[in-house]
Write a protein that binds this ligand. Structure first.
Ligand SMILES: O=C(O)c1ccccc1NCC(=O)[C@H](O)[C@H](O)COP(=O)(O)O
Length: 216
């Protein structure tokens, strides 16, 4: 079977022009950060307005960090999210309770047993792997050791953490993930995406797909 293309999520969208540019360059999904301390945080009305501009077949992902269930319900009541991303220490029961598809972010440390995490989060649509930083839950722009990812899990993995146009092709060729997720690597300031960087990132992803398929 031919290797499908690597899916791309551009996370931390706060402005309609950035959303349109992300879709124009071919992003499969855009992410909205519902975590008030983040410089990329969006409010409910802002996210609802952004979603209205989304074209068909592009997914809207809502990112939460240890939010209370009623906070998540309040977002879901107004924002048509296709997928929830849990980026904190949420237990599996919390992730499952909203009746939506969801992914669990795992912040990678050398002692993480990813096989055990995948078994623990029954029902997850995939594991998003991000760098561990003791002071920030995500969006750090840092990479982690891709060698920690068991090849058996590659098709369940959305690779994140410090990706940009210079390293994503190598990441795809090495890890062979289902998808990649980028935020800081396509920005010109926190929460402000750069159309040129998004376009170069997408070109580099397709380059990675060719390398992964052995064409180059
Ligand atoms: O973006 C944030 O500010 C953020 C805050 C708290 C938790 C997660 C957050 N972002 C997660 C992501 O955007 C993605 O995992 C991302 O691809 C990784 O970020 P980056 O290393 O900047 O590409």
């Amino acid at each position: 079977m031919q290797q499908p293309r690597t899916r791309v999520k551009i996370c931390g969208i706060t402005r309609s022009e950035d959303l349109e540019a992300a879709v124009a360059v071919g992003a499969d999904a855009v992410g909205f950060v519902f975590y008030p301390p983040s410089p990329r945080a969006v409010g409910i009305e802002q996210a609802a307005a952004l979603c209205q501009a989304l074209k068909p077949f592009v997914s809207a992902v809502g990112l939460f960090v240890d939010a209370r269930p009623e906070e998540i319900e309040a977002v879901l009541a107004q924002v048509p999210l296709d997928l929830l991303q849990f980026h904190g220490d949420e237990p599996p029961e919390l992730c499952r309770r909203f009746g939506r598809r969801w992914i669990k972010a795992i912040r990678m440390r050398p002692d993480i047993d990813l096989e055990a995490e995948y078994a623990r989060f029954v029902g997850t649509a995939g594991l998003l792997l991000d760098a561990y930083d003791p002071n920030r839950p995500g969006g750090t722009g840092q990479r982690f050791d891709w060698g920690l990812i068991p090849p058996r899990l590659a098709s369940k993995i959305i690779l994140a953490g410090g990706l940009d146009a210079r390293n994503v092709a190598e990441a795809i060729a090495q890890v062979r993930p289902y998808g990649v997720d980028v935020s800081g690597g396509v920005e010109r300031a926190k929460g402000i995406k750069d159309p040129e960087r998004m376009a170069s990132f997408m070109r580099a992803v397709r380059d990675g797909d060719r390398r992964r398929a052995g064409i180059s």
